[in-house]
Design a binder for this molecule. Structure first.
Ligand code: UT7
Length: 327
């Protein structure tokens, strides 16, 4: 087996910023409630920019950082729960826009675990030697599936895209993927949902009322699931890598709620400072969140050669995963 690496990352968020105060003018909420219960202060919302268009911007930055040409991509995997169309895949729209004419392109649906699942898939293709350069992008316009009258959910989400390039080692900046882990629990699927087009055909009429196409969740159940799986997944990849959790320099978790992250830190007896947090600026951007956070961590210059990093995602499915990297 070959080794696989992360060669670069990039992200993009739409320009328009919506603050907690802005939300308090449309639903019965407050900056104080949102900040203390979630850590979120503001989020970026698309004003019509499509999921694939945001994906393209993140991918172009990732390619630039990895010094890879679009034609050198063998595969594009787009993780999204908010595609612009059922068909073609968002990844194909991205492929066409960037001119990655030698790539296979397809979407995956693993909600907020999407980027981590996508990197794990990509990593296997590099390890077997089938492909050399793969782009994994998480892109979401969650604002179009948010119920703007429900204060329990509308304060949580934002739009954006995050991308990484997975491939063979290029230079001393390539970060080796040491261990991967993925898990799903379909028995808990109903605690976080987003309905699709209802059944209907010539044999059975569609219901008269279409679904609302909004995200719905049992927040407390999702919270409990998240804390448990984050800690489990971090332990799993550290054990696989023959390391201890104390050996991890930075953890890039899915950015849903700062209280989830702090509870997980406590359960792992790790300081909060080891967890990279940027959800105050973007809210929860589902499959984009780990990519946006990872890009910002790379840009911060905090990572030193030899550092062990973990990316971890959890979300709808229910699903969860983690990846351990060595800088
Ligand atoms: O990517 C994964 C996606 N989802 C998540 O990660 C969500 C995980 N869960 C959470 O982050 C938290 O459960 C929430 C932030 C969603 C909610 O926090 P909570 O501490 O679990 O609040 P709660 O649902 O128990 O609600 C407490 C109170 C309720 O009022 P009453 O019944 O006590 O009078 C809610 O109606 O807070 C009320 N509430 C709000 N008040 C002001 C709920 N949302 C709001 C709001 N502003 N936006």
């Amino acid at each position: 087996m070959n080794s696989s690496y992360i060669l670069g990352a990039g992200c993009y968020v739409p320009e328009s910023v919506v603050t907690n105060d802005d939300l308090s003018r449309i639903v019965d909420t407050s900056d104080e409630w949102i900040t203390t219960r979630t850590g979120i202060k503001e989020r970026h919302l698309s004003q019509g920019e499509k999921t694939y268009e945001m994906g393209v911007k993140a991918v172009k930055r990732a390619l630039e950082n990895a010094k890879i040409n679009p034609e050198d991509l063998d595969m594009i995997i787009c993780a999204t729960i908010t595609p612009d169309e059922f068909m073609p895949a968002t990844a194909c729209r991205i492929q066409s826009d960037i001119g990655a004419k030698n790539a296979a392109a397809f979407d995956i649906s693993a909600a907020c675990s999407g980027l981590v699942f996508g990197i794990t898939i990509a990593s296997q293709f590099v390890k077997t030697g089938m492909y050399k350069n793969i782009c994994v992008v998480g892109a979401e316009t969650l604002s179009k599936v948010t119920n703007w009258e429900d204060r329990g959910t509308c304060v949580l989400f934002g739009d954006g895209a995050g991308a990484v390039i997975v491939g063979e080692k290029r230079d001393e900046n390539s970060m080796e993927i040491i261990a991967e882990s993925m898990i799903s629990n379909g028995d808990k699927a109903d605690i976080l949902t987003l309905e699709a087009v209802p059944f209907g055909n010539m044999l059975k009429k569609r219901p008269d009322k279409m679904p609302d196409f909004y995200m719905a969740m049992d927040g407390q159940e999702v919270f409990k699931f998240a804390v448990k799986v984050i800690t489990d997944q971090i332990k799993k990849v550290t054990e696989k890598a023959n390391l201890k959790v104390e050996d991890i320099s930075f953890i890039v978790p899915h950015q849903a709620n700062v209280r989830i992250i702090e509870t997980a830190a406590k359960m792992l007896s790790l300081p909060n400072e080891k967890f990279f947090v940027n959800l105050h600026k973007y809210g929860n951007t589902s499959s984009a969140s780990v990519g946006i956070a990872f890009s910002e961590l790379l840009e911060s210059g905090k990572i030193k050669k030899g550092d062990n990093l973990v990316m971890t995602g959890f979300g709808g499915g229910m699903s969860a995963g983690a990846i351990l990297l060595k800088a």
